[in-house]
Structure formats: structure tokens, C-alpha cells
Design a protein around this ligand. Structure first.
Ligand SMILES: [Zn+2]
Length: 643
């Protein structure tokens, strides 16, 4: 029976585009998944997007989109990114999936039935601008940090989860399972939270305030708080409650997260599971932050190149290697382009690249490009290289399950460096001059090829493309996911006489000119995309311009759009009455707009904004809080054509 392994990333919140933090967590989960496949385990790897809650509504409003359309767009950015980073996930879940909605409601019912949900009034400090409650601690000088305004006292009736009931159980569970939250610093952090009384968790939002969420099964006036909804994705994806995958994989679940979401994962989630009668996950793996050190990173038109933009410049495997080698899991690390180049040149081009090309070149030269059989005369050096390589395999298997990715890589590089030294000490070129030394030469070259093969197998979870390239040249036609450590990683398993091919360098040293050209290209593409987003500056013909029906109008009526900070609903007289929704609420009150002369695009296709039909568009300059309306020099009768 193969062992089971289940790893998740957080489901990423779709209020922002993917960045290096998302990429790191997902690549770590990918390495773990690929490592367990290498061991022959039966694995399941889940990622996805978290799509409910007020932040999504706000982000959607800022983009003038409906929440679902907005979530579709950002979710797609994540789904498009993962194949580019060679992520081997089995499933991509979205919290707007119908199946997930069903499971959240099912778990809410279970927790409710157990008596762990109660209805109560919450009194707190509420910022009207943010549409949310603040705790005293979050305020700056008693004011909302976003709006610089004092929040008002407000009472709201809501549903609460009796989290406090499970406080003692959670403390005991963490204490009796030292690996439950790891590394240890985060376990201690959670335990220190738990030293104070745990408050119950408000798990609902009234629909009058927020309707973008999963309706509570026992009160349809409310939607579910986004964390209570999101965390459940980890069991939804396994087909909870009856799915076979749930029984198979849930007992071995490991979640991988960044430290900013420690509290929901370390406290809310295990107590929710306990209340619903489910066993806790096995591990919560928590990593630190990437600090972006701009250093010499190229700046162009004021925008800094983001780490993910460097992937096409330096190659995916170099990027994956760098972030796993550079960050000690659990601690913060610096990302800099200079450090990436240094590792690429030193570790990849020099150490690994040279070992591989020297080994293949000597095989070509002395053995006609065929894997030699082991010779009979093995000396201590020859035995040592085998021992060291086997020791590396052992350390590697010990470190990765403990999240010691950098140590596993260090151990592989020690093996690479030993092999490079072995070449220098033995000097195969000298052996080649003496026919009597032929058996020894066979052993030495075969040993080198065996080291290269083992290295290729070991780096497969980190650098799958490079591993495949190396193995193909050693005469092994397998994909990274087909490799098995026990068989493919064992010493002596190359085929005697198999043809090897030298090929070009695995990692050419960084050529600054080429890199700068690639970077310029990446930046230009990015700038182009930005520009397209802001709608093109392409020239249009006079005929095209004439297609736009611009009319003068007078605002007859104006009112705010409920739940929107930006939008106003206007009735504009353009000879006929037009309903137009305009994103001008941050600069104009309804009162001051009435009677105002405006210019509108009268033949725009009707659109719905926040569910309200808009037939036309009011012309303005700027946006957000810096916006002016276009008008005419002197009053004009409504409905005149602008040309
Ligand atoms: Zn506010």
C-alpha cells in the first residue's frame, strides 16, 4: 500500500493579482507534492481562489465590475500562472463553486446542530466608509486608518461560533502534537494567542451590508463570514462528507501558508473542524515573507520589475531553485535580482553545469559516448564518492519532509562539489594515457555518470525541466513525475552501454546584455498590457469618431447607489430622459449635481452596474477622488450634438 500525501496552498484572495508570495507558497507545495510522488506515494495537491467577502466587492467596485465577473478575471490570472511555474496541482477550487457552497452550508448545519452557533448583538466601532467594524487596536489615534475619521458606535445582530469552547482542547492538541504547527516559532505564536481568553467568532454578515457570500442555511438574511467559508475548501475538494478521497487523504492533510494567515489556520480552522466532528489536519506549514530588495533592479518608466517578471528572463528552474535555496522555511528572506544572478552563475552554471558537461565530454572522448560498465579496480576515492552520494540521498529524504528545502539543496550541492573534486583528484585524462588503467577509468567515469543521474533525480521536485533534460542525455527517457527514488535514484542503475549525448550547456552563465534585452522586452510587454487596460491610444479615423454620439444634457435627478462608494444613479435630460450610472460619488454629492450641464455618450451599449442599468456615460477627467466633469462654456439646450 503506498503512503498517502495531501498538500494545500491557501486559496488566494482575488482582490489582487498574483505576486512572489503566492508563487513561493505554491512552489513549496509543488516541491512537496513532487517529492512524495518521487517516493511513490499517492498524492493530492490542491490550490484555488477565495472569492467572497467585502474586500472583493470593494475591489470589484474599483474596477467597475460585478463581483462574480471580477472574481472570474482574477481567478483566471492564477489559473494561467500555475502552468507557467510548472505547478503539478490536481485541482483548482473556487469558493464560488456550487459544490463548495453546499459543503459550507452542510458544515454550518453540523456546527449549529451541535449548539456551537448562537445569535447575539455585537456592539462596536464601525467605519461607514470601510463598511466594517474596527477593534480599538486597529485604529490610529482613534480614527480609521483608511479614512482618517472617527468610527461610530454601532450595534449589529449576528451569529457567533462558540470558539471559546474549544480553546482548552486546542491548547492540549498543540502541546501533544509538536509538529501540528511548524516551524516551532509559529506554534509558540499560536500558543501565546491562546494564553489569553479566546473570543467567540462572528461568522455572519447581514445581507443589507454585504450580500456577496454564502447564505446561512438557518437564516437567509445573512451570509457567511469569508473565513468560515474559505477554510472549508480544504475538505470540499476531497468530496466531504462521503467522497472516497476525503477518507483517503484528510487524515494526512498538510496546509502550507504564509505567516499573515496564521490565526485563521491555527485557531479558527482546528476549532471549526472539532466542532463539526472532523479530525484536525496533520500539519500547518508556515513560511515568512519575501522582502523585495530593489538594488540594481532595472527601473523603467518609474515601474520596478517584479520578481515574477524575471522568470522568462532567467528561466523557470533558476527561479525555482533560487527561492527554495535562499529562504529558510519559516524565516523572512530577501529577493534581489543580483542574488538570483549570483546563484545562477555559481551554483547552476558553474557547479552543476560544469560537472554535467565534463562528465559527458569525458564519456564521449574515452568511451565513444556510451555508459561504461564499472571496472574492477575500485580505490578508496571511488568508494567514497558512492558513499557520499548515498548519504546525500539519505539527508535529502530526511530534510524535505521537515521543510528543510535549503538543507536538502545544500546536501545535493555538496555531492556535486565532491564529484567535481573527484575529477580533479583522480585526473581521468592521466588514466586515459595508460592502457593498464582502463578498468579504473571505466569505474571513474561510470561513478561520475551515476552521481549526475542521482543529482538529476534528486533535483526533479525542485527543477523538473532540468532533471528531465539531464536524464534524457543520460539515456533515461522519463518525465520528472514518473521517476521513483527507490529505483531511479539507486546507485548503479544506469544501463551499461547506453548512449549519452553531450548537448549544450544546462545553464549558460548570465549574459548581462541578453538579460537586459529580455528584461526590456518583459517590461515593454507589461507596459503594453497596462496601456491596453487603460484603453488604447491608437489613432481612429474621423468616421470612427463620428460613430460616437455625444450629447449635451442636464442632470434632473441624482441619488447614491446602495452599497457603492463610487457610484451615483443619475437621470439626465438629453431631450429624452436617460438613466446613467456614473462613478463620481467620491467627488460629487447628488444635491450639487442637480441642474448641472454635462456631456454624455448617448449611444453606448447599455450596461448593468451593481445591478442598475446604465444607458450612456457621463464624460469626466480623472478618477476616484480627483475627478472633474466636462461641461459647456455657456448653457446649451439639452440634447444638442457635440462635434
Ligand atoms: Zn474607514
Amino acid at each position: 500500500m503506498p503512503e498517502r500525501f495531501y498538500v494545500t496552498t491557501p486559496i488566494y484572495y482575488v482582490n489582487a493579482e498574483p505576486h512572489i508570495g503566492h508563487a513561493y507558497t505554491t512552489i513549496v507545495a509543488d516541491v512537496l507534492n513532487r517529492f512524495h510522488k518521487l517516493l511513490g506515494d499517492k498524492t493530492y495537491f490542491l490550490t484555488g481562489t477565495d472569492e467572497h467577502g467585502d474586500k472583493i466587492v470593494q475591489a470589484a467596485q474599483a474596477a467597475d465590475m460585478e463581483p462574480k465577473a471580477y472574481a472570474d478575471r482574477i481567478s483566471q490570472l492564477f489559473r494561467d500562472l500555475w502552468p507557467k511555474l510548472n505547478i503539478s496541482n490536481d485541482h483548482f477550487i473556487r469558493t464560488t463553486d456550487a459544490e463548495h457552497v453546499r459543503v459550507v452550508q452542510c458544515i454550518l448545519e453540523q456546527v449549529h446542530a451541535r449548539g456551537d452557533i448562537y445569535f447575539s448583538t455585537y456592539k462596536g466601532l464601525y467605519c461607514i466608509g470601510c463598511e466594517r467594524f474596527y477593534t480599538e487596536r486597529e485604529l490610529i489615534d482613534g480614527k480609521c486608518p483608511d479614512h482618517d475619521k472617527k468610527p461610530v458606535e454601532r450595534e449589529e445582530a449576528n451569529y457567533f461560533f462558540r470558539m471559546s469552547k474549544y480553546q482548552q482542547w486546542l491548547i492540549e492538541h498543540i502541546e501533544s502534537h509538536p509538529e501540528f504547527i511548524r516551524p516551532e516559532r509559529y506554534r509558540n505564536e499560536v500558543l501565546s494567542f491562546l494564553r489569553e481568553n479566546l473570543e467567540d467568532l462572528c461568522i455572519s454578515r447581514p445581507k443589507e451590508r454585504l450580500s456577496w457570500g454564502i447564505t446561512l442555511p438557518f437564516d437567509d438574511r445573512y451570509v457567511t463570514y469569508v473565513w468560515f467559508d474559505a477554510l472549508i475548501n480544504y475538505v470540499t475538494a476531497l468530496g466531504y462528507p462521503d467522497g472516497e478521497a476525503f477518507h483517503e487523504f484528510w487524515p494526512v492533510a498538510q496546509h502550507t501558508i504564509a505567516k499573515d494567515i496564521l490565526k485563521p489556520h491555527g485557531i479558527y480552522w482546528p476549532t471549526m473542524l472539532r466542532s463539526a466532528g472532523l479530525q484536525p489536519f496533520r500539519h500547518l506549514n508556515v513560511h515568512g515573507y519575501w522582502k523585495i530588495n530593489e538594488g540594481k533592479m532595472s527601473k523603467s518608466r518609474g515601474s520596478v520589475i517584479a520578481p515574477l517578471d524575471l522568470v522568462p528572463v532567467y528561466g523557470l528552474d533558476a527561479f525555482r531553485y533560487f527561492i527554495l535555496r535562499e529562504m529558510v522555511f519559516g524565516l523572512d528572506a530577501n529577493f534581489s535580482e543580483d542574488a538570483l544572478i549570483q546563484r545562477l552563475n555559481a551554483d547552476l552554471a558553474n557547479d552543476l553545469g560544469n560537472l554535467f558537461s565534463r562528465s559527458l565530454a569525458m564519456t564521449a572522448k574515452y568511451f565513444d559516448g556510451k555508459v561504461p560498465a564499472f571496472g574492477i579496480d575500485s580505490e578508496e576515492l571511488d568508494l567514497a564518492i558512492k558513499r557520499q552520494t548515498e548519504e546525500t540521498v539519505r539527508q535529502y529524504q530526511e530534510e524535505i519532509p521537515k521543510l528543510g528545502f535549503h538543507k536538502a539543496l545544500m546536501s545535493i550541492w555538496e555531492c556535486i562539489n565532491n564529484a567535481n573534486k573527484y575529477i580533479d583528484y583522480v585526473g581521468p585524462w592521466t588514466l586515459a594515457k595508460d592502457e593498464a588503467q582502463r578498468p579504473r577509468l571505466q569505474t571513474v567515469i561510470r561513478n561520475l555518470l551515476e552521481v549526475n543521474k542521482t543529482v538529476a533525480v534528486l533535483i526533479a521536485p525542485f527543477m523538473p525541466e532540468t532533471a528531465e533534460k539531464m536524464l534524457a542525455r543520460l539515456g533515461i527517457a522519463k518525465t520528472a513525475l514518473e521517476l521513483r527514488l527507490e529505483k531511479d535514484g539507486r546507485w548503479g542503475t544506469l544501463q551499461d552501454g547506453a548512449a549519452v549525448s553531450k548537448g549544450e550547456a544546462l545553464f549558460p552563465r548570465v549574459d548581462t546584455t541578453v538579460a537586459n534585452q529580455l528584461k526590456a522586452k518583459a517590461m515593454a510587454e507589461k507596459a503594453n498590457q497596462e496601456k491596453q487596460k487603460e484603453s488604447g491610444t491608437k489613432l481612429i479615423s474621423f468616421e470612427d469618431f463620428k460613430k460616437i454620439d455625444l450629447r449635451t444634457g442636464i442632470v434632473r435627478h441624482a441619488e447614491p447607489v446602495p452599497n457603492s462608494k463610487k457610484l451615483l444613479k443619475l437621470l439626465v435630460d438629453i431631450g429624452e430622459e436617460r438613466q446613467v450610472v456614473a462613478g463620481i460619488a467620491q467627488t460629487h454629492t447628488p444635491e450639487e449635481l442637480i441642474g448641472k450641464q454635462v456631456i454624455i455618450v448617448a449611444n453606448l451599449q447599455p450596461a448593468k452596474l451593481m445591478g442598475i442599468e446604465s444607458r450612456g456615460m457621463v464624460l469626466a477627467v480623472g478618477d476616484g477622488t480627483d475627478l472633474r466633469l466636462l461641461t459647456t462654456e455657456q448653457p446649451v439646450t439639452p440634447g444638442r450634438r457635440v462635434s
